[in-house]
Design a protein around this ligand. Sequence first.
Ligand SMILES: [Zn+2]
Ligand SMILES: [Zn+2]
Length: 340
Amino acid sequence: MKLPEGRTRIISGSDLFDSLPDEIVIFILCKLAATASSPLDFVTVLLTCKRLNTLGVNRLVLSNAGPETLAVSAKNWCDEAHRFLKLCIHAGNKEALYILGMILFYCLQNRGSGASLMAKAGIKLHTPALYSLALIQFNGSGGMKNDKDLPAGVALCERAAFLGHVDALRELGHCLQDGYGVPKKVEEGRYLIRQANVRELASILCTFDATPFSSVSPPSIACEFHSDQQRPDLTDSYERESPCPPISSLRLLNRYWSNVPKERSHPANRFLVEWFNLRSGGIPGPGLRMCSNERCGRPETRKNEFRKCSGCGKVNYCSRGCQAYDWRLHHKVECAPIDD
Ligand SMILES: [Zn+2]
Ligand SMILES: [Zn+2]
């Protein structure tokens, strides 16, 4: 029988897939591991046949696994999930280093191993790992208040900011502006904060560009007052200085923010949020609080570790980045002076 054009007859007892060299199958699996939208998407393919199962755990494939392929869920956390992340770490995957590092440090309270894995990811220039390590140093997480190492936090922030991490750039700007862990350079600090706002605005405009108009409501003008309202400082560790003066980029950023479809947070943050919601209803321990940015998931490791909003004193954040994010998303309409 004549086959349609482009079709090849499958010879009985053999198969086109069997005739593909391992290198090509591994190449395809690398692409899949890098772009899968969940661990299930990847694992389902591996369960198809023995050959895919074997080649799927090839070192090259595991080293290419992207953050969403490694996004294990807190609900399904088990020895197998732990082993899978370790397998990826042994293959040289820096995302797996960071995700398991965050889980060990914050959820399983294995601070030493968690920080060590994050440090290894940082050495491989993984920017969220560098930024997370900076926050651990700024807050003295896992230790006492005296264990804060501000210059180390600044150095880590500097590295992450240089590699393009916007929250690290903002944090560094505030450190310079306030003389926090670094000699005070107000103008330089304000310049970096403006840079962080401009970069964030640019990424928002890119999102607008890539999003069909029908799915985005027009920028709101009804909440003009709140949009331009000045974000209060954080109290405790930072000096109370007059914040950066209003600038057009910040005003634009605030105005457009609520209409922008939010990107998913990093799988490590999603794991933390889910973990503490499932196990303790959002309370990480007696007298301890979660970061008020609902997408962060970092818990306090000792009482009063996080700084609170100086405007209302009702919310607390692990970092300036989380405060800035939550301010735009929720807190600007909720924040009221303590006296009120
Ligand atoms: Zn936070
Ligand atoms: Zn407030």
